[in-house]
Design a protein around this ligand. Structure first.
Ligand SMILES: Cc1cc2nc3c(=O)[nH]c(=O)nc-3n(C[C@H](O)[C@H](O)[C@H](O)COP(=O)(O)OP(=O)(O)OC[C@H]3O[C@@H](n4cnc5c(N)ncnc54)[C@H](O)[C@@H]3O)c2cc1C
Length: 438
């Protein structure tokens, strides 16, 4: 990986490219530029390098991995983004990890699970109500006809009534990170499922390991892509690179925010596809804790579910580590992200103190709040397809002008929203780019 200075020194004719670009005949600096060093970008670049293409990755952050990030800032590390290798039966990361000698066991579910309502153990009647609607989404997907018209998941559950429907869909806030009214039932049905594995040494660390040996320029946010000539011209604050083609793996949230200016603008079909996708807001907050553990079994899960729209799940002392991790999603997560780290931390400590006891506060030594919703390089957790827009992912994956490919979790079809899907999408784009003559 190179830093910004090395980018300037290492790229031939970079300064010259800034002037008189339109007048000169097209002479590419590189075969392919990949934008974004997350799972999709790393996987695409590896494929291209393997077939002998000159490829550089431009990454906005000062680190690689994107939304797969193992955060060690508290001491005990945790995955601030992706944690599970979903649908392990066909997920490429099982083999990648095995080849690197990295263990990927199933999650040990030994710590137990407790439900709370406003800090108190949930009453038996409320627990029964919750249990009665458990699994209703899958049941309705089997019985309700969505072949003629797509529905939102909220519509799918509508006949449960205003009291029970929000409870039935509340789990989506922690899986999809989005409100059920904004989730296409057809897209949801298309998502792959299977076994989940974990990476005890960190999924983010694993993705970073996979990026070793690639030419990655960090701290290089791409601000513009010109594609009106024979190839592409990609601008960062260090200058402009010319390439035959580029693979853009930035999250949908970044594309929708207009952080990268395309000239000419993206085709109407691609813009339509972007209009059909939003970013969910699955979010984590973590605390380093020391001292009393209040008799709680390491690895226990506590779910505060007094208000279904403001649920927060906690992993307490996972693997015996001095850490507590909270998970939440949807508009609640957006609200806390916008409120800022201090307010989010204070609110979450209040929730934990209500469940565990006031003395819990004394054990909190540090906190970190990776708020993906307000992160300028993601603008959310992962892409969610709006009701009626279930073709958006496939449209987004269509090549643009034979030289730009958008790839990432959002274009991964049934693998969307995952690291595995991003990887397959990155590889597919690379295979298409590799067919271009150089
Ligand atoms: C809280 C949370 C939990 C999750 N849990 C799981 C899970 O358990 N399992 C799972 O499989 N998935 C999970 N995911 C989703 C998973 O992390 C993503 O689907 C996957 O990492 C996306 O990879 P990607 O390469 O498509 O995008 P990214 O990883 O986002 O990579 C895109 C890269 O582009 C960079 N970038 C952005 N803008 C620019 C720019 N202008 N110029 C240059 N670079 C730019 C970004 O910094 C980033 O590095 C989770 C995500 C979150 C947020």
């Amino acid at each position: 990986m190179l830093d910004r200075r090395t980018f300037l020194m290492g790229t031939s004719a970079l300064a010259a490219n800034l002037v008189g670009m339109r007048e000169r005949a097209f002479a590419a600096d590189l075969d392919v530029v990949v934008i974004g060093a997350g799972a999709a970008g790393i996987s695409a670049a590896r494929e291209l390098k393997a077939v002998g293409r000159q490829v550089v990755i431009l990454e906005a952050r000062k680190r690689i991995g994107g939304r797969a990030f193992t955060d060690a800032s508290l001491g005990p590390a945790f995955d601030a983004g992706a944690m599970y290798i979903h649908w392990a039966e066909r997920n490429p990361w099982v083999k990648i990890a095995a080849d690197l000698g990295i263990a990927t066991p199933t999650e040990p579910w030994g710590g137990g699970f407790q439900l709370f309502a406003n800090g108190k153990p949930m009453a038996e009647t409320d627990r029964m109500r919750r249990r009665s609607v458990f699994g209703q989404i899958d049941r309705r997907l089997e019985t309700v006809d969505i072949t003629t018209r797509d529905l939102s998941v909220a519509e799918l559950l509508g006949d449960l009534g205003p009291d029970m429907a929000p409870i039935a869909s509340s789990g989506l806030l922690l899986s999809i990170g989005e409100e059920s009214g904004r989730i296409s039932a057809r897209d949801y049905q298309r998502l792959w499922s299977g076994d989940d594995l974990i990476v005890p040494s960190g999924y983010g660390n694993l993705v970073s390991r996979h990026g070793e040996g690639l030419d990655i320029r960090l701290d290089e946010p791409v601000s513009a892509i010109r594609w009106d000539g024979p190839g592409v011209e990609i601008t960062t604050r260090s200058g402009t690179l010319k390439a035959r083609a580029c693979i853009v793996t930035v999250p949908v949230g970044v594309l929708k925010a207009g952080s990268i200016r395309f000239t000419p603008e993206l085709p109407a079909r691609t813009r339509d596809a972007l209009g059909g996708l939003v970013m969910g807001a699955l979010t984590k907050i973590a605390f380093r804790v020391e001292g009393d553990r209040f008799g709680i079994t390491p690895g226990a899960s506590y779910l505060e579910a007094g208000a279904p729209e403001e649920m927060m799940n906690f992993d307490l002392y996972p693997d015996g580590k001095d850490i507590i991790i909270g998970y939440f999603g949807g508009d609640y997560a957006r609200k806390l992200s916008l409120a800022g780290a201090q307010e989010a931390q204070a609110h979450t400590i209040d929730l934990l103190a209500a469940m565990i006891g006031e003395d819990f506060r004394k054990t909190v030594k540090a906190a970190t709040f990776p708020a993906w919703w307000t992160d300028p390089y993601s603008h959310g957790s992962y892409s969610v397809c709006l009701p009626g827009q279930e073709s958006a992912r496939d449209k987004l994956a269509e090549p643009i002008g034979g030289r730009i490919w958008l790839a990432g979790e959002a274009t991964a079809g049934g693998g969307a929203m995952t690291v595995g899907g991003a990887t397959l999408a990155g590889r597919a784009a690379a295979a298409a780019v590799a067919r271009i003559k150089v």
